[in-house]
Design a protein around this ligand. Sequence first.
Ligand code: FES
Length: 98
Amino acid sequence: MDSNAYHLFACTGTTCEHQGAEEILQTLQAELQHHGLSKKVRVTLCRCLGQCGNGPNMVIYPEGIWYGGLGEKEMKQIVLEHLVGGKAVQHLIQIPVD
Ligand code: FES
């Protein structure tokens, strides 16, 4: 995997914070470290992504895949299957609402 092969935008807006964004960010950082991805995955915290109804939300590039309704279990699955294994976790993908 190339340096910064993935770029994650994780919402820390007010609604996502109320839905547990801080806790899943801690899980994300721990899992990235556990899998040796800390320097290969860039994580950018952002404010509201406009999808508050199904937070906490995160978008992963280069694919531009939106994940929502995240908890600790879901975050571990995304790190293992998407960031390590290279396959998006289909059942966690959210289609952004305009
Ligand atoms: S606060 Fe996260 S999508 Fe709005």
